[in-house]
Design a binder for this molecule. Sequence first.
Ligand code: SER
Length: 344
Amino acid sequence: MRKEVVLITGANGEMGHGLIQHLGQQGTFDIIALDVQPLDDHLKPYCLRAIQGDILDTMLLGRLVAEFEIRTIYHLASILSTKAEYNPEAAHRVNVEGTLNLLRLAVEQSQWQGKPVKFLYPSSIAVYGLPDLETKRCAGKVKEYNWLEPTTMYGCNKLYCEHLGRYYARYYRQLAADYGQSSVDFRSIRFPGLISAVTLPTGGTSDYGPEMLHHAAQGLPYKCFVRPDTRLPFMAMPDAIKALLQLEAAPRSALSQYVYNVTSFSISAEEFYQIVKKAFPEAEITFDPHPNRQKIVDSWPEDVDDSAARQDWGWQPDYDLERAFSEYLIPAVRQRYEVARQVR
Ligand code: SER
């Protein structure tokens, strides 16, 4: 008998950390963690298997199909928006071909199991592309189907993979005689900028928020690469994990769409600075906007409309702006670097 498991790709990334810890502590499912980087030692005890490997390695994915009965896939692996601009074609391979490989794996699994395999896919506010600042400021809470003209390779990849997910869930091999026998239960969330107290993102464009906080907590100077008036929606990492788990648990019949916005609070870089400075008065933070990274952030919405998620699967963040900083980010980030100092 193959073992029933949950597969997490990008397991050693920011979301992977939170998700593995949560699912691991719950202990309901065995976890297979996959990442190109070795999994951090403290996450290993939560996993049945930690595999260092590439989602582009189809032989490796084939071996997973042979060995495990995968009930749910959290496909978190991705090259984020800034990094993707340095090598757009390589990013396309990882973000699109990688996702296609995982969708294919999900189809195969569902054929073996005779039931749909759940496929949780984090998408992003990067799928939006507002043409200019004026439009961004007037757009208000952007709905899932508006302003879908991304300006980054990452945004294009995420938007296309949302479509691929919908295709695999509903139309995959629609002319085949056995069409509809098995399928992928695709569910996606468009996340705003995420802020974790324990990990830093790598290669994103909303990174100025978390970077400001983590630099300040370590007593390191920080040059913020966007203007003070730059506004984006953000969310604390525990809420992002909660959203993924809630969407996973929702009955399919309650879901009226494949892709949902979620958000918690919208905040400007200046407001971020004020909060960080209050918590860490010694912090040396300056603003030194990078023109092209600024343009990317200027094309992303100030706020998104997450009413569909609220209505269909009861989405509600635990951490608003106040709670996110006072009860989670500031105390946890303080503790993180305090412990690091003591270890040194
Ligand atoms: N946080 C991501 C990035 O900045 C957007 O999803 O690339």
